[in-house]
Design a protein around this ligand. Structure first.
Ligand SMILES: [Zn+2]
Length: 337
């Protein structure tokens, strides 16, 4: 049977239903069947047209409630082929999947024919960014790796229930050069707020647990689309997170180059040889990651550090208990040759 025949039968049935309802109303109101019956017939024809439209719109809205909408055919030529609509906003399918934690393929949104019609050039232009989690393969088997994975998974899943159980009662969350938040609820609220800001800016993130050269153990690295990575270092005591600090991978201004938090710590003896005068300790800076001593409790000095072909002049903080570098912050970068 042809589609048009089916549609006509459905339409005729709906007209009959609408008219039957109108007759029922008349009988109920004791209006009789003769008075202005033509109006009811006409209304039945119009109502029968609207019913399927309303039902169709309803089903469509329900269908796209939790999935991306394809760009209408007429508009497609103006946009990249991986773009979709979500609640009136246009975004790449990768971004939709990242921000909604879904795994839709372009084929599921547009169909096989559409995907087959795309050129290699068009496919190369797709947004590759995905909200993903990576766990390094060379991580030591220790509590730092375990806790870094718990934090990374909490950020990836937006679920902090497991992480909450891994926090010391007086856990501290340091935002480098900004503030120190104390307590379990403050810690969790900070990260919930962090994810909210990231989502609000429609900025998908990649979360990676990797071995860090500065401290020699697992950290959480957060990759953004446009700005440099954030690193999260932990300090653990009695199998609980006692301290965490979030800082950019390179802490000093970007023009002071070739030194970041992938460089190994400077040996304590070298610092003692190279250090200049003592300077005031500062809060909300790198703590001692060996004993959890906060930056304001550390010794701070001026430092002129010989780092091979370069010299970096700045400030250093060391832990007097552990005899380890906590932070080196170069302020001047000198090329020696
Ligand atoms: Zn220490």
């Amino acid at each position: 049977m042809k589609t048009i025949t089916i549609l006509l039968i459905v339409y005729a049935s709906l007209v009959v239903i609408c008219f039957a309802l109108a007759v029922r109303r008349r009988l109920h109101n004791k209006e009789g069947l003769k008075n202005k019956i033509g109006k009811d017939v006409l209304n039945s024809f119009v109502a029968a047209l609207f019913f399927p439209i309303v039902i169709y719109m309803g089903i469509k809205a329900l269908y796209y409630r939790n999935r991306p909408r394809p760009i209408p055919k007429k508009q497609r030529k103006w946009f990249k082929s991986d773009r979709v609509y979500c609640r009136g906003k246009m975004m790449s399918l990768a971004e939709y999947n990242a921000t909604h934690k879904r795994q839709f393929t372009l084929e599921q949104v547009y169909g096989k024919k559409y995907v087959a019609s795309l050129s290699e050039e068009e496919k190369a232009g797709f947004d590759k960014f995905e909200n993903k989690i990576e766990i390094g393969s060379d991580l030591p088997d220790d509590p730092y790796t375990k806790m870094a994975i718990v934090l990374a998974e909490a950020l990836y899943m937006d679920d902090f229930s497991k992480l909450s159980k891994c926090l010391a009662e007086d856990v501290k969350m340091i935002r480098y050069k900004r503030e120190t938040i104390v307590g379990q609820s403050g810690f969790v609220d900070y990260w919930k707020g962090f994810l909210k800001r990231v989502k609000g800016a429609r900025q998908p993130i990649d979360v990676e647990v990797k071995k860090n050269n500065f401290i020699g153990r697992a950290i959480v690295s957060i990759h953004y689309r446009d700005i440099q990575d954030d690193y999260v270092f932990l300090y653990i005591e009695s199998a609980k997170i006692k301290l965490a600090i979030i800082t950019q991978r390179q802490q000093q201004p970007i023009v002071i180059r070739y030194h970041d938090l992938e460089d190994p710590a400077i040996p304590y003896e070298t610092i003692m040889k190279e250090k200049g005068e003592a300077v005031d300790a500062e809060p909300n800076r790198m703590p001692c990651l060996h004993c959890g001593c906060l930056s304001e409790g550390l010794e701070w000095y001026k430092l002129n550090h010989d780092s091979g072909p370069y010299a970096h002049v700045g400030k250093v903080s060391v832990c007097p208990h552990c005899k380890e570098q906590a932070e080196f912050y170069p302020e001047i970068f000198v090329r020696k040759d």
